[in-house]
Every structure is written in C-alpha cells, then in structure tokens.
Design a protein around this ligand. Structure first.
Ligand code: GLY
Length: 307
C-alpha cells in the first residue's frame, strides 16, 4: 500500500494511509487526504483560504478517478462548498455524468448535503484587494462586477507564480487498486469561470489499474493542451518506467509556447512513485507506504526546458 501527494498533501497523507491500513479503498484514501488539504486555510491554492477570482470569489475545481474501472467524476467553478473532491466523487458514483460545473455543480452539492463554508478568508480578501488596487482605482474596483470589459484586467492582475498551486493524491490499496484525485482554487485572480486542468480528466488526472496513475500541478493551460496525465499513463502502457514516462510527458510540454511551470506526480501499478518538475531544483513531493511510521519528503526530478 502506498500514498503519494504533492508537497502540500503532507497535512493529509498520514490519515490517507490510516484509511488504507484500516481496509479502506484507494478512492477513500485519496478523498480523505484531499479533504484535509481543502480544510487547511493556510494553503492558498486549495479549498478554504484559496485565492479568489478576479471578482474576489473563490471558485474551486476537483476531480477523482477510479483506476479499476476508469470511472471518474469532476466539478468546476464551485462556490461556497469546501470539499469539491467529495462532490466530484458523488458525481462519479451517483450520476451518469462525469463533469458538472458552476450552478449545476452547486445545485448537486446542495442535493447531496455537501458542506457549505465561507471560502474567502480575511487574508485572501486583503491580498486580492491590495493586488487589484495596484492595477485599478478604488472606483474601478467598486464597479468591477459590472465592468463590460472585465478581460482587460486579467493580464494586469495575474501573477504567474500563483498560477497553478493544486493538490494531487494518488493511492494504491491492499487489493492493488489505484485512485487519483486533484483539487484546486486554480489560477490566482482568474477570469470568472476559468477552469484549469485539475477537473479535466486526462489533463490533470488519470488512473488505470493496469498501468498506473498521474496527476499534475502548475499551469493547467499547459497540461490541457498536451493531455499530460493520460500521456504519462500511456507511456507506461507502452513500456516505459514511471520516471521516464513523466520525463516524456514533460518534454511534450516543453515545446509549447508560451510555456509555464508544471509538476507531474505518478505511480506505476507496482507501487513505484516518481515526480518531476520543470521549475526549480528543490521542489518536493511526499510518500508514505504501509511500512513507514511517517511520510517522507522526496525531491522531484528536474526536467529542464528543451534547448
Ligand atoms: N493546475 C491547476 C490549475 O491550472 O488550475
């Protein structure tokens, strides 16, 4: 049994492993691990405390995939519900659909009794307001919701360094089943309704018991273009080891212009993990197997841009 996660998953990985040790499924482990990150108000990229969109509204995206069946569920642009990962799981389990967004996702969340929460923290609201006032006047900010040309502010308010924080969890349970989950508040101060790769199956999340699973953090505008998570799993299907599969998928991204920072996390069907980044030496991920008392922080392999 093993659980791996992006570095910000450290707050949930031990509980995810406890679930596996108690006989829970990989899906259960992924969901509980991510819920703990969504509850962590100090994480500015996931759940409560997430950075809001251009209008100061937190919109959350998440997806979950079951490697046994390739069943999956996803939600996008959800407001007012703290655990989009659990809503995504219920989409997978209760509906004949895969993907709900916006009002429909919120309606479904209400139907299933999902937990409502004020997602915008005072700190995130202050940061948003300060950032907007660097770009516009107080009068323009007061009228922003009615601005007929909202798109003009996107470029001036976005910060590429805040573009793609997200949490990834991948787990393999005692029966060898693999599940993968992703949750995010998305690109800081995004245009309302923007979806990244996190809820897009094949881009930010993919799991297949036969080969393995992969998930992404970073600039979703990149990995959507390349279908990165599915690429990693396809490379494993074609016989590459998990690290080489991640490298090949990252190399596909490195050709894209404009480029941007992406991290990939993957696990093969034998329980071997790998993680790569195209950003900085020093990026890490977390790993916990059933033989460990606590999680380990491991370095991601740097896959530098192609020259
Ligand atoms: N990878 C998260 C996003 O682009 O929203």
């Amino acid at each position: 049994m093993i659980v791996i996660a992006s570095e910000n998953g450290r707050v949930g990985i031990a509980e995810a492993m406890r679930v596996l040790r108690c006989g829970g499924s990989a899906l259960d482990a992924v969901e509980i691990g991510i819920r703990l990150v969504e509850d962590n108000a100090e994480d500015e990229t996931v759940g409560v405390g997430g950075i809001p969109n251009l209008l100061g509204v937190v919109q959350l995206d998440a997806s979950i995939m079951d490697g046994r069946t390739r069943a999956c569920g996803a939600v996008g642009a959800v407001r007012g519900y703290v655990h989009p990962i659990s809503i995504a799981r219920q989409v997978m389990e209760e509906l004949p659909h895969v993907f709900l967004v916006g009002e429909g996702a919120e309606r479904f969340a209400a139907e299933i009794g999902a937990e409502r929460r004020q997602l915008l923290t005072d700190q995130a609201a202050d940061t948003w307001r300060r950032r907007m006032l660097e770009a516009m006047s107080a009068e323009e900010l007061a009228r922003l919701a009615e601005d007929p040309n909202l798109r003009r502010w996107v470029a001036v308010t976005m910060d590429p360094r805040l573009a793609g924080g997200t949490v990834n969890f991948i787990a393999q349970d005692a029966e060898g089943n693999i599940a993968c989950g992703v949750s995010t508040s998305g690109w800081a101060w995004k245009y309302p309704g923007r979806l990244g790769d996190s809820p897009v199956i094949g881009a930010g999340n993919y799991a297949d018991n036969r080969y393995g699973a992969a998930a992404c953090t970073g600039l979703g505008e990149m990995t959507i273009r390349a279908g990165t998570a599915h690429s990693v799993v396809l490379h494993m299907q074609m016989g590459l080891d998990v690290e080489e599969a991640c490298r090949r998928a990252m190399n596909d991204l490195q050709e894209l212009q404009p480029g941007g920072g992406v991290d990939i996390l993957a696990l093969d069907c034998h329980g071997q993990p790998a993680a790569v980044t195209n950003e900085e030496v020093g990026d890490t991920y977390v790993v916990m197997t059933d033989e460990m008392d606590s999680y380990e922080v491991r370095p991601r392999t740097l896959v530098p841009p192609l020259v």
